[in-house]
Write a protein that binds this ligand. Sequence first.
Ligand code: SF4
Length: 252
Amino acid sequence: MDRKRLKKLAAEKRFIPGIYNYCDRWCERCPQTNRCLNFSIGEEDFSDPETRDIKNEAFWKKLSEIFKETQEMLKEAAEEWGIDLEDLDSEEVAGHIRVRDEAVQGHVISRAARNYASRVEDWFREREERLLETTTLLSDEVNLEEALEVIRWYQYFIAAKAIRAVLGKLEEEKDGRNEFPSDADGSAKIALIAIDRSISAWATIPHHDPRESESVLKILSFLDRLGQAIEETFPKARSFIRPGFDDIDLNE
Ligand code: SF4
């Protein structure tokens, strides 16, 4: 899509600014695709499967060209402003980033969220095939396949958003900021929504296979504790208003 077309599309009133910042990126199931600029750009550029591959290749090529151009521009700007780029890459800066990353990754919420993702992986490894056979048998009843899909979709998403929330919180604390709404609260909120939905999905599994009641209960209680820890750490997260999802009537 060229710049002119993009500008014209972005000016359409139907789009909600920033709607894609705190969504779950599950466009296939999103009730707001018509109000999302991100989705519309993707649709225009990639909807035709025949041209999608060509456009994808062109896209990565273009990105690599932009990367080279940006490096050149950066060098020129740095020279102009007397900034030593080598210095920015110094041990001291790298050290700060390392300390921050360790604090984020070592935070109890980050560790628990990653732990949840690997528990899910282990659980599926041992059972997925058998469960999908069960799904076929019971497809007219509660849709187990969809429940498994929901769990899989959010398996790593929860960790990604929870870690982003922790990073935001640590940076806000470091800068002495205490604003609401904050990006950290928004990230925590979408992590909590993903946890709520995952809990509902997990809860359907024992209906299909009562032998899994115990294994599911263990994961459910772990996930519930993770949700509680996020709520305690981000007490304002639930009241964060996500543009397009929490502030308007979906039937509007
Ligand atoms: S708001 Fe909906 S359509 Fe837009 S990126 Fe998020 S999930 Fe996809």
